[in-house]
Design a protein around this ligand. Structure first.
Ligand SMILES: *[C@@H]1O[C@H](CO)[C@@H](O)[C@H](O)[C@H]1NC(C)=O
Ligand SMILES: *[C@@H]1O[C@H](CO)[C@@H](O)[C@H](O)[C@H]1NC(C)=O
Ligand SMILES: *[C@@H]1O[C@H](CO)[C@@H](O)[C@H](O)[C@H]1NC(C)=O
Ligand SMILES: *[C@@H]1O[C@H](CO)[C@@H](O)[C@H](O)[C@H]1NC(C)=O
Length: 189
């Protein structure tokens, strides 16, 4: 073996062994605490309308479970719905689709008509936010004129998100409704 070949051989062995030791570290990796250095926090404000239709031609909210007494409870306590509700730019259901609200809500109070909601809002109408989500887990006292919801997390553009939503019923008829959402989202991206 000439000096050059010998050197290359050693280099390959070194690279392979470093790669191997990194692989070993990955196998045994359990925890790591590092300094928390991220970009500047930003606030994104979003305004849109959520369409929650239980009846009609294209319902997007479906009852999936209820407690035995839900149908005789004045507050429908224990009714649970699964939803995939459209979010549009304006109150008109035919205005630009900006995303969907996917998840669960159920009647969670015995004395007042109020919901607990656990939903992921996925935004698709805009290149910048496409596929990014915010997670909402919150009480929703639906008879109140204005309600405030908690944003507890996010993905993609909204990684590390927290914030709140100010909401108001825009229109309601029977079991269908349109709700105005103003989101204030603090995030890093
Ligand atoms: C409520 O639902 C139960 C079944 O879960 C049914 O047996 C009962 O008749 C219903 N009561 C009313 C008032 O609709
Ligand atoms: C929801 O139902 C109402 C009628 O109650 C209808 O006018 C509206 O177009 C429906 N919305 C969607 C998004 O399908
Ligand atoms: C969002 O992404 C999907 C696929 O990932 C793509 O089909 C769609 O055109 C994108 N929408 C926008 C507005 O960029
Ligand atoms: C959302 O913000 C707009 C503009 O500030 C305001 O006119 C509207 O009343 C707000 N709606 C809600 C539900 O907070």
């Amino acid at each position: 073996m000439g000096a050059v070949e010998c050197f290359s051989f050693l280099l390959v062995v070194m690279v392979l062994s470093i790669t191997q030791s990194q692989a070993d570290q990955n196998v045994n990796w359990w925890s790591e605490t590092v300094p928390y250095e991220m970009g500047m926090k930003k606030m994104t404000k979003l305004h849109f309308y959520l369409h929650n239709n239980i009846t009609g031609d294209y319902p997007t909210a479906f009852k999936i479970a209820e407690t035995p007494g839900a149908n005789i409870s004045a507050t429908r306590f224990g009714e649970l719905f699964m939803v995939d509700n459209p979010l549009t730019e304006g109150p008109d259901p035919n205005s630009r689709l900006v995303g969907r609200a996917q998840g669960l809500y159920g009647s969670s109070e015995m004395n007042e008509l109020s919901l607990i909601m656990g939903m992921s809002l996925v935004f698709t109408g805009d290149k910048k936010f496409n596929g990014s989500t915010i997670s909402v887990f919150t009480r929703n006292p639906i008879t109140h004129k204005e309600r405030e919801f908690a944003i507890v997390g996010g993905t993609g553009y909204f990684r590390y998100a927290h914030g709140f939503i100010s909401s108001k019923t825009y229109w309601a008829s029977g079991k269908n409704g349109i709700v105005e959402y103003n989101c204030s989202i603090v995030h890093f991206e």
